[in-house]
Design a protein around this ligand. Structure first.
Ligand SMILES: [Fe+2]
Length: 226
């Protein structure tokens, strides 16, 4: 009699252990790196004017490349957007529009309570790069948000690697590099084209991979603080 009672008790226990069911599951990406790429149509005239301006500034103004992450090339002072040329004002409008679209997403992705009524300060500079010039891996520590607009991108000669002249971004989670899984993505490269505008967090480490061949790669980079 006692043995039968024990068997019934064990069956009931087994039934209880198997009763657990999944109630709900959340798989999320924590700490997103908010990144924006925008392309523009109809920018040939703007890009031509900006190219002429940047080639003129290279001849007429101080090159501060050696004080920056650039090795070679021309780097203007960081007061580009205070210039009076209409093409600078037109580009500034495109950059401001991009920031207006990007910043709310950046704040929503980074803040548990997104702040309101932030005052934004914007500044920019131009960079001309030719074959072999390098922009070493760096961040923009004075800013919250950074970006770049591409004015002119020379076509890569045949035999070039796909990444030549690309901008490269590095996984900004340092501990994610600790013990990598096979094929883990640690860098992302983006091949620029004229009229492309990208915006990213200022802490997102990046570099420009040198290219070979003729032509000049011209971009206007910017920072925003708030
Ligand atoms: Fe940069």
């Amino acid at each position: 009699m006692a043995a039968v009672d024990n068997k019934v008790g064990a069956d009931m226990l087994d039934d209880g252990l198997k009763r657990t069911r999944i109630k709900n599951t959340v798989i999320a990406a924590h700490f997103p790196t908010v990144f924006m790429v925008r392309e523009h149509d109809g920018g040939d005239t703007l890009n031509q004017k900006l190219e002429e301006l940047m080639l003129r500034l290279e001849k007429e103004t101080t090159n501060i490349a050696s004080r920056t992450s650039n090795i070679g090339g021309y780097h203007s002072e960081a007061n580009f957007f205070s210039r009076k040329e209409p093409e600078v004002a037109a580009l500034r409008d495109l950059v401001q529009q991009a920031l207006d679209d990007y910043v709310p997403n950046f704040l929503a992705g980074n803040c548990h309570v997104p702040p309101t009524n932030l005052r934004m300060r914007l500044w920019g500079w131009g960079i001309n790069m030719r074959a072999g010039d390098i922009n070493f891996q760096h961040v923009h520590p004075d800013a919250k948000v950074s970006g770049v607009y591409y004015v002119s991108v020379p076509p890569l000669p045949s035999g070039s690697a796909a990444e030549e002249g690309a901008i490269m971004f590095v996984d900004p989670r340092p501990r994610a590099h600790m013990n990598r899984v096979p094929n883990q993505t640690t860098e992302i490269t983006l091949q620029p084209k004229p009229g492309m505008l990208i915006v990213f967090p200022a802490y997102y480490e990046h570099a420009v991979i040198p290219f070979r061949g003729p032509g000049v790669r011209i971009c206007i980079a910017f920072n925003a603080n708030m």
